[in-house]
Design a protein around this ligand. Structure first.
Ligand code: NAD
Ligand code: UFG
Length: 335
């Protein structure tokens, strides 16, 4: 079976390509490299010992997507391509609606024209907004607090409407919590362009000396140490969740699932675990809260366990160890 992986050169996409290839799937990556580096391709090939096709192009280019789907006889699509920086989405909302929403719309048209009826979509815990209860189950009310989140929510709604009209389609909406860590080879990992927005890559860059210190955004939340609590999930577990979701779509029904570990860790928990596993001191200073941040967010991952027989197996120590190995081996990322 051949899978078209949009955004397959990115952080989560590249780890998923490794798992797809290792499980015997053929993989075609479609990526415009707006937030990734072509070097990742040879790293995926090195880890798996397998080759893959790469198309340098945009998911919004419907004719190109149709050409790929036909040329390689793809049977399903894993759709990672999109922009993901919350702050940037507030400044450039149209870029997010265009890349994320219009991109998915064109992709669906291309798939429909080619008779490809299976899609796994990268959604996000951001569609839950400020949690009304914890842990968050999939039937938690949906809302969004920024253009990035709204683009994900609108795509989910479009996919639900589309599925209602086309019940033969198999659609998986996977709501990720906080992906972190890297492949244990240290060959692929997260390589943010410019200043990292997310906690783990920022800490890793402090550890290599590329950044002087970590700013902790707020220590006055109602959490065990006052810092924000999140559900960190190892990127390899996340990739394996995609593989299981795809296999499930092949055999039965559509899915809407949380992919999280179900455990909340604070910013200081992460700093201390990273220090222990890396042997590096992470200097930090307490700053004011980041606008739009919530205090606590973690998943109830029961539905994923029941429907996919999937659980996040790698713990916080493994996340920190693997993230550090990648950063240490590649202090400047792929460049
Ligand atoms: P990433 O930026 O590393 O990967 C996205 C990839 O898509 C990049 O390689 C980029 O070059 C490519 N891309 C972007 N726009 C494109 C377009 N129009 N055409 C073709 N390629 C395009 O991000 P990631 O962390 O791997 O995230 C993958 C997906 O998961 C995204 O949709 C993101 O919104 C979603 N997600 C990520 C997180 C997270 O914290 N990393 C959390 C929840 C959901
Ligand atoms: N944080 C800091 N300093 C930093 C970076 C982060 O203190 O330099 C704190 C944040 O305030 C928060 C925690 O670390 O308490 C995690 O922040 P991230 O930016 O790493 O992650 P978020 O939970 O804010 O957001 C991530 C993705 C979103 C996605 C969301 C839910 O960036 O795209 O998870 O999946 F929507």
């Amino acid at each position: 079976m051949t899978i078209l992986v949009t955004g397959g050169a990115g952080y989560i996409g590249s780890h998923t390509c490794v798992e797809l290839l290792s499980a015997g799937f053929e993989v075609i990556i479609l990526d415009n490299f707006v937030n990734s580096h072509p070097e990742v391709i040879s790293r995926i090939e090195k880890i798996t010992g397998k080759g893959l096709a790469v198309i340098n192009g945009d998911v919004r280019d419907q004719a190109l997507v149709e050409e790929c789907l036909k040329k390689y006889s793809c049977t399903a699509v894993m759709h990672f391509a999109g922009l993901k920086a919350v702050g940037d989405s507030v400044k450039n909302p149209l870029a997010y609606y265009d890349n994320n929403f219009v991109g998915t719309h064109r992709l669906l048209l291309a798939m429909q024209n080619c008779g490809v009826e299976k899609i796994v979509f990268s959604s996000s815990a951001t569609v839950y907004g400020e949690p009304q209860y914890l842990p968050i189950t999939e039937d938690h009310p949906l809302t969004a607090t920024n253009p990035y989140g709204r683009s994900k929510l609108f795509i989910e709604e479009m996919l639900r409407d589309f599925h209602h009209a086309n019940p033969s389609w198999k659609i998986a909406l996977l709501r990720y919590f906080n992906p972190a860590g890297a492949h244990e080879s240290g060959l692929i990992g997260e390589d943010p362009m410019g200043l990292p927005n997310n906690l783990m890559p920022y800490i890793a860059q402090v550890a290599t000396g590329r950044r002087e210190y970590l700013s902790i955004w707020g220590n006055d939340y109602a959490t065990h140490d006052g810092t924000g609590v999140r559900d960190y999930i190892h990127v390899v577990d996340l990739a394996l969740g995609h593989l299981k979701a795809l296999q499930q779509l092949n055999s039965s029904k559509s899915l809407c699932l949380n992919l999280g570990a179900g455990i909340g860790y604070s910013v200081l928990d992460i700093v201390h675990t990273f220090e222990k596993t890396s042997g590096k001191k992470i200097p930090y200073q307490i700053d004011k809260r980041r606008f739009g941040d919530i205090a606590v967010c973690y998943a109830d991952p029961t539905l994923a366990r029941e429907s996919l027989d999937w659980v996040a197996r790698r713990d916080l120590v493994a996340i920190c160890k693997d993230h550090w190995r990648w950063q240490k081996q590649n202090p400047e990322g792929y460049a």
